[in-house]
Ligand binder design. Sequence first.
Ligand code: NI
Length: 221
Amino acid sequence: MVRALRLLAVLLIVLLAAGWGAAALVRAPGEELGTAFARLLGRVPGGGAPPAAGGIALPPGSNIGGAFALVDHTGRAVTDRDYRGRAAVLFFGFTFCPDVCPTELGNVAAALDLLGADAARVAPLFVTIDPERDTSAKLADYVALFHPAIIGLTGSPEQVAATARAYRVYYAKATPPGASDYVMDHSAFTYVLGPDGGVRTLLRPGASPEDIARALRAALG
Ligand code: NI
């Protein structure tokens, strides 16, 4: 039984890795890699419901997500355990992001407002995938623009890479033609976690505040 489960887990990892590879190949011009991945995920038999509004519900025991050790925007070393007991909404991005990240963080902020008093039972987490530029101080300024409850997380490149790996987040440096500085190409799913730290829902890029609030309410139980 344990062996079968292990085999299943390995299969799932291979499928996900293949999915990312395929998504990179089949993504439409200008389409975010994460969107292409979500599109593919919807087509994989047993890969979850099509990524419609409301997101992809993950079965209990799914191996997306897990432990992380990072540094918050006040400079404090934190781990996933610091946020247990609350639901969490987790988003990966970078503060120099011109469009996707600000839009998603704005939607997270609006979702927190929709939750009213329940928002106190939610940890809204923004993890940078650009730790080189996104220091704690930079993150502190940035998350405050969106909502006072949002927690910015950074860390060493290794800590960030390990966290991104656990959540199957794709990111890479890219320098647009004519630009003097790099940007980060990155997948843009929003993860909704239950109070036990397990991922409950994977929301595709552009999920509305209502979608996010609904997933958080479901995660709170
Ligand atoms: Ni972004």
